[in-house]
Design a protein around this ligand. Structure first.
Ligand code: SAH
Length: 388
């Protein structure tokens, strides 16, 4: 596209404050219905830089480069992706599965790239980015030399960009299961049909933190493939991994076997009901991980979500043995840090327990949350110790 896209002063202001999005309501005139890389100018003609343009999305422009003199070509993509990979260089020895590109967090808007050992799983989350697919895949092939690249373009967000949903093999071949290591723990990722890109890489450091305090009788509530449970199993006498999904727990059992853990059992149940029953049975746990799915999918669902979070947290708190540790998390973007802490305070009060906040955590280093770009962060975690 040769003509520049004109934006309002308010739109330009967002970029100047460091946020990479300009909304459709801040476009002046219609830039047409073809997605792609566009030059952006203010109404007075002042050049603002280059962006990905998505004609159907409310997020019309995603900033690529503030330098109007830049050329967004294969070399540009290669340099940006190389910088993102370089930031993770130290990680590879500790975790063979980690995120290589965290979209806006790496100044590569709407692009997600996760590494699972020798394979890559990518997500193209905007129409503008889709037009650069060739350059992105070439750069990844050159820089990471993967045995295969899979696109998990089945994420629902793509519908807002009027992009088709589906899973596509882009390069080489990618197995159904990939064995990876995470700080000494081995597990199977499911790149084709697992949640997200095949595993929840965003809790990696929190799982390690939980492993470090694991002891006695442990519970992994909302366990999925047992990722927290596996880290608990090293230090705890026995671990219960609870989830409502039978197939997820089947993978959790396979993962336990892979590590030679015989102290891990699985329970297929609804967490809300099970926690209530366990409380009635006066069960006690020394270490608990509570990592529910995002209860708040949008703003209107927040009040109900807060009630859900409060409920599971207060139940988990009541199950703690004196001196026990609860690691509790929320991955709802709409539930910000202050609300998360308020919720925990309410849950603690309702539980009747005295709890100390030992650590407040977020995302691992490969999922950078950039100040001023709230959308790059969504995970909050708290390590709570039962004082009595
Ligand atoms: N802790 C995991 C990720 C958890 S994802 C990890 O680090 O990999 C959330 C999980 O909660 C999913 O596996 C889903 O099956 C499960 N889940 C959702 N609702 C549930 C409910 N009401 N009771 C029990 N499990 C539930």
């Amino acid at each position: 596209m040769s003509d520049a896209v004109l934006v309002s002063a308010r739109g330009a202001g967002r970029w100047l404050r460091g946020h990479p999005w300009i909304f459709a309501t801040d476009l002046l005139g219609s830039p047409g219905d073809r997605a792609g890389v566009v030059a952006v100018r203010e109404r007075n003609g002042r050049p603002l830089g280059w962006a990905l343009y998505s004609p159907a999305s409310q997020i019309a422009l995603r900033l690529l480069d503030r330098d109007a003199g830049a050329t967004i070509d294969a070399g540009w993509w290669r340099a940006r992706i190389a910088a993102a990979i370089e930031r993770r260089a130290a990680l590879a020895t500790r975790a063979t599965a980690h995120r290589l590109v965290h979209g806006e967090g790496d100044a590569l808007p709407s692009l997600v790239v996760d590494r699972y050992d020798r394979w890559l799983v990518v997500q193209f989350m905007s129409a503008g980015l889709e037009t650069c697919r060739g350059a992105v895949v070439d750069a990844l092939r050159d820089l990471a030399e993967p045995a295969g690249i899979l696109a998990r373009n089945d994420a629902a967000l793509r519908a807002k960009e009027q992009l088709p949903l589906g899973v596509e093999l882009l390069d080489g071949s990618v197995p159904r299961e990939i064995e990876v290591t995470e700080h000494g723990v081995r597990y199977l990722a499911a790149p084709w049909d697992g949640q997200k890109t095949g595993a929840f890489l965003d809790q990696r450091e929190n799982r390690v933190a939980v492993g470090a305090v694991a002891r006695g009788r442990a519970l992994d509530c909302f366990a999925y493939h047992g990722s927290f449970a596996l880290h608990l199993a090293g230090g705890a006498r026995e671990v219960t991994a609870l989830d409502s999904s039978g197939p997820a727990l089947e993978r959790a059992r396979a993962n336990a076997a892979l590590n030679g853990f015989t102290n891990l059992t699985t329970v297929e149940a609804d967490a809300f009901e099970w926690l209530r029953e366990a409380e009635r049975r006066r069960e006690r746990f020394d270490t608990i991980a509570l990592d529910p799915p995002a209860f708040a999918k949008n703003k209107p669902s927040l009040p109900a979500a807060v009630r859900g979070y409060t409920e599971v947290n207060l139940r988990a708190m009541r199950l703690l043995a004196p001196g026990g540790m609860l690691f509790t998390a929320s991955c709802s973007f709409h539930l910000g840090r202050p609300m998360f802490l308020d919720m925990l305070q309410q849950a603690a009060q309702d539980s009747g327990r005295r709890l100390a906040l030992r650590a407040f955590t977020g995302q691992p280093s490969d999922h950078p949350e950039v100040l001023g770009i709230p959308e790059t962060g969504y995970i909050k975690g708290a390590m709570l110790e039962a004082l009595e």
